[in-house]
Design a binder for this molecule. Structure first.
Ligand code: HEM
Length: 423
């Protein structure tokens, strides 16, 4: 009998053997502690994601909050009050009409929201950010080229996405460090192991971010620029986002677009270092790079799973899931399903990766996929040639403390013995 719970994963350093057992022994497994049905096979995961009428996103992610803080202390009460004040939210109004977020809405509301935010992420817009990405990456690589100790995560994979998100929202460099702190505190407070201790850092980050973004939105309404916030609040483009919805959207962007891209670059580098033969292939054939990035998303997905809630009783892989039940959709397991991908546990930079679920599927397919792909391509174009002469400094690199997003906390590189001898 399998004892798996997605919010309390038994072997976080390597969850893949557990996913394999789930697919074989209990493809729709009920995790009692959290009260959620875990779907692990590719075919079933795809079916869930393609059917938002049955598998709704409304309230689906609330399970993360329920499993958070078991006891609320005086510090938390103070932070709740400060959060409501900072974000100018009225708890009575929120109860009646909670602020909508793209990731937790269904059609038709989702379609309307998605149409508005798509305006900020057109292919032309994404391409226009390329020169700035190259500049940022060059700045990050300077440290490595000047012989200083270099940590792929700290010195490249973290600063690139956080600077891009902040800049595309029109946020000045003086607030980039705050952006990273808000993102870390929101992720740790919602899915890290300290989530059961106190709500305070999480609420503080949410309150500071919401209040800051409200000010930015007010400013852009008065004086539009060429950033995404200006596009989203501009009524000339049709419907504009109101302040509360904009703040929710920015929270999603920050959390969904920041740590995830960091982890794609970190996990991709780790996979290449773990598979020197595959690294040699990409170095010999640089045209394999875009496919290598897709393979990294398949092989070690930065977002391990997403949640849904059933709107009716439904049968899946022989199990009946009742109405209004929580469903955990294991993207990372589907990506390793041998029923879909041949030898799924092999990292293969030239494999057919079509259909991997690293960015999800269906109506909620990642809005920032092309942005993340471009950031990863530019980062790897600079990093790959350097990897010839580098190795990791310690064999074990710890993973970020989160049950939901998977990525390395640190990945320090040092020159190989040959380079040191030549030097
Ligand atoms: C490697 C990096 C990334 C990964 C692995 C990733 C993964 C995902 C996944 C799995 C979903 C689906 C959620 C669901 O079905 O409930 C999603 C949605 C989303 N992502 Fe990403 N993401 C990445 C980067 C980004 C970036 C850079 C942005 C924006 C700047 C972004 C913004 C969003 C938004 C707004 C949604 C919600 C879309 C909707 O509900 O219609 N993501 N992402």
């Amino acid at each position: 009998m399998l004892d798996y719970d997605p919010l309390h994963p038994p072997n976080w350093q390597d969850p893949y053997p557990t996913y394999a057992r789930l697919r074989d022994e209990a493809p729709v497994h009920y995790a009692e502690q959290t009260g959620t049905y875990c779907v692990s096979r590719y075919e079933d995961v795809s079916r869930v994601l393609r059917d938002p009428e049955t598998f709704s996103s409304v309230g689906a992610f609330e399970i993360m909050m329920k499993a958070r803080s078991s006891s609320i202390g005086p510090r938390d009460v103070f932070e709740i009050a400060r959060f409501l004040y900072r974000s100018r939210l009225n708890p009575l109004r929120m109860r009646k009409k909670p602020p909508v977020s793209i990731i937790t809405s269904d059609p038709p509301q989702h379609d309307a929201l998605r149409a508005i935010v798509n305006r900020g992420f057109t292919p032309r817009q994404v391409r226009s950010w390329e020169p700035r990405m190259r500049e940022i990456v060059d700045g990050c690589m300077h440290k490595l080229r000047s012989g200083e100790p270099f940590d792929v995560v700290r010195d490249l994979a973290v600063p690139l996405p956080v600077s891009i998100i902040a800049e595309l929202l029109g946020v000045g460099p003086e607030r980039h460090a705050d952006f990273k702190r808000w993102s870390d505190d929101i992720i740790a407070g919602s899915s890290g192991s300290t989530r059961t201790e106190t709500l305070a850092p999480f609420l503080r980050a949410m309150g500071e971010l919401t209040s800051y973004m409200r000010d930015v939105a007010d400013e852009r309404r008065r004086k539009p620029g060429d950033d995404v916030v200006s596009i989203l609040v501009d009524p000339q483009h049709g419907d504009a986002l109101d302040a509360g919805v904009l703040a929710q959207f920015v929270i999603v962007l920050l959390v969904a677009g920041n740590e995830t891209t960091t982890n794609l670059i970190g996990n991709g580098t780790k996979a290449l270092l773990d598979h020197p033969g595959e690294l040699a292939r990409v170095l010999d054939e640089p045209e394999l790079l875009p496919n290598m990035i897709e393979e990294a998303l398949r092989f070690d997905a930065p977002v391990q799973f997403v949640f849904r809630r059933t709107t009716r009783p439904v049968e899946l892989a022989g199990t009946t899931i009742p109405e209004s039940a929580s469903v955990t959709v294991l993207l990372a397991s589907a990506n390793r399903d041998e029923r879909q991908f041949e030898e799924p546990d092999r990292f293969d930079v030239s494999r057919e990766t079509k259909g991997h679920l690293g960015f999800g599927l269906g109506i909620h397919f990642c809005l920032g996929a092309s942005l993340a792909r471009l950031e990863a391509r530019i980062a790897f174009e600079s990093l790959l040639p350097e990897l010839r002469d580098l190795k990791r400094s310690a064999a074990e690199a710890p993973f970020v403390d989160s049950y939901l997003v998977r990525g390395l906390h640190r990945l320090e590189l040092v020159p190989t013995a040959e380079v040191l001898r030549e030097g």
